[in-house]
Design a binder for this molecule. Structure first.
Ligand SMILES: *Cc1c(COP(=O)(O)O)cnc(C)c1O
Length: 376
């Protein structure tokens, strides 16, 4: 049986091995006589599942001991409020700064305005000439030299992979070099989490909804430096106060047990696959193959500045957009699913997360070539 290749931006493809293991364990998890969905979260079985998930995640990303690993709910969207409610009170100025680089960072910025004095440190919302090439709005990333971070801001927020625009920013600076030593960087990594290593010396907090690259919808992973927590605003719901969640080992209330279990299976699959370094190398190979093909073609194009193209989400356009409907219909008939671009950008988007192997990218490129041959 061959499954179609799934290029969804999220919820997205999961490793087949993980789905098959979950199927085998569906009605009886490892001789317990229960499905994971039927277990008390405080019992020994689920406690073991939670502990292994935390340990495996710490090992995969080499999470330092001074960071908490939290499993929360509400997605990255809820974190847009939970982050300021937890962090903006630290230091007393009630300020936070945001970098705008596309849809998701704009949403984070808007939500944060409800909780304090929020300022834009930099934005790629205008066209710019980058390396001699005219770049349209949201197709480039402001370089750290241009950031204006207030030294008394409680944190600086950025989105390191704009899932919709296909812009990925990986050169996280030392905050001292942007004139704001001591201002922690807070990163929304929802769509490239576990696709590459994280330099924890550069960040105070990283968060990610699981359903892009780490597991199913329903669990949000938060990695936060311990000294940043414990300053939640009085209005912060108790269940969203990082201090409470940390103290309770992510069980302040009933956690999303099944989503944590599946994410835990994904972590074990990543370990078997050679860990993050091996997975990153594969992601580079996949992205190079796809962008290389698009750049060499006069039939398709990607508009993102080369240095900040996402390895995970590859938006592209047909030069002749009247062919879009036929392109998507033929792709689906060939077992290449969910290639339609986000409505705000249009065109197509291929999300090539960890669970889409090189073979899937090759199948896409073969189809792109054939469609071009038919219509070019
Ligand atoms: C998907 C996504 C979100 C929103 O996630 P929800 O789980 O729907 O709240 C936020 N940020 C980024 C970068 C995303 O990819």
């Amino acid at each position: 049986m061959s499954r179609p290749w799934n290029f969804s931006a999220g919820p997205s493809a999961l490793p087949l091995e993980v789905l098959e293991q979950a199927a085998r364990e569906m009605t009886d998890w490892q001789g317990s006589g229960m499905s994971v969905m039927e277990m008390s979260h405080r019992g020994k079985h689920f406690t073991q599942i939670r502990d292994e998930a935390v340990a495996d995640l710490r090992e995969l990303l080499a999470v330092p001991d001074d960071f908490e690993v939290l499993f929360m709910q509400g997605g990255a969207t809820a974190e847009n409020a939970i982050v300021p409610m937890n962090l903006i009170g630290r230091g007393g100025a009630g300020k936070a700064d945001y970098i705008l680089s596309g849809s998701w960072s704009n949403k984070s910025y808007k939500e944060a305005q409800r909780y304090g004095d929020i300022s834009i440190a930099a934005s790629s919302g205008d066209s710019a000439v980058e390396k001699g090439v005219e770049q349209g709005p949201w197709t480039w990333f402001p370089t750290p030299e241009s950031w204006k971070v207030r030294p008394d801001a409680a944190y600086l927020h950025l989105c390191c992979n704009e899932t919709i625009g296909g812009v990925e920013f990986s050169q996280w600076p030392d905050m001292a070099d942007v004139g704001a030593p001591g201002v922690p960087l807070v990163v929304d990594a929802s769509s490239n989490f576990l696709s590459r290593p994280i330099d924890f010396s550069k960040v105070g907090m990283v968060y990610a909804g699981a359903q892009k690259n780490a597991g199913p919808a329903g669990v949000t992973i938060v990695l936060v430096r311990k000294d940043l927590i414990g300053h939640a605003l009085p209005i912060c719901p108790s269940a969203f106060d990082y201090a409470n969640v940390a103290q309770a080992g992510s069980m302040f209330n009933t956690p999303p047990t099944y989503a944590i279990y599946i994410a835990g299976l994904v972590f074990k699959w990543l370990k078997r696959s050679g860990g993050i370094a091996a997975v990153e190398a594969e992601n580079i190979r996949k992205a190079q193959a796809l962008y290389g093909f698009l750049d060499g073609s006069g039939f398709y194009r990607n508009n993102v500045q080369a240095e900040v193209r996402s390895r995970m989400n590859v938006p592209f356009f047909l030069q002749d957009e009247t062919l879009n409907t036929e392109f998507l219909a033929q792709a689906e008939a060939r077992g290449l699913l969910q290639l339609k671009g986000h409505k705000s950008v249009g065109g197509m988007r291929a999300s090539i997360y960890n669970a889409v192997p090189f073979e899937g990218v090759q199948a896409l490129i073969t189809f792109l070539q054939e469609f071009e041959r038919q219509h070019g």
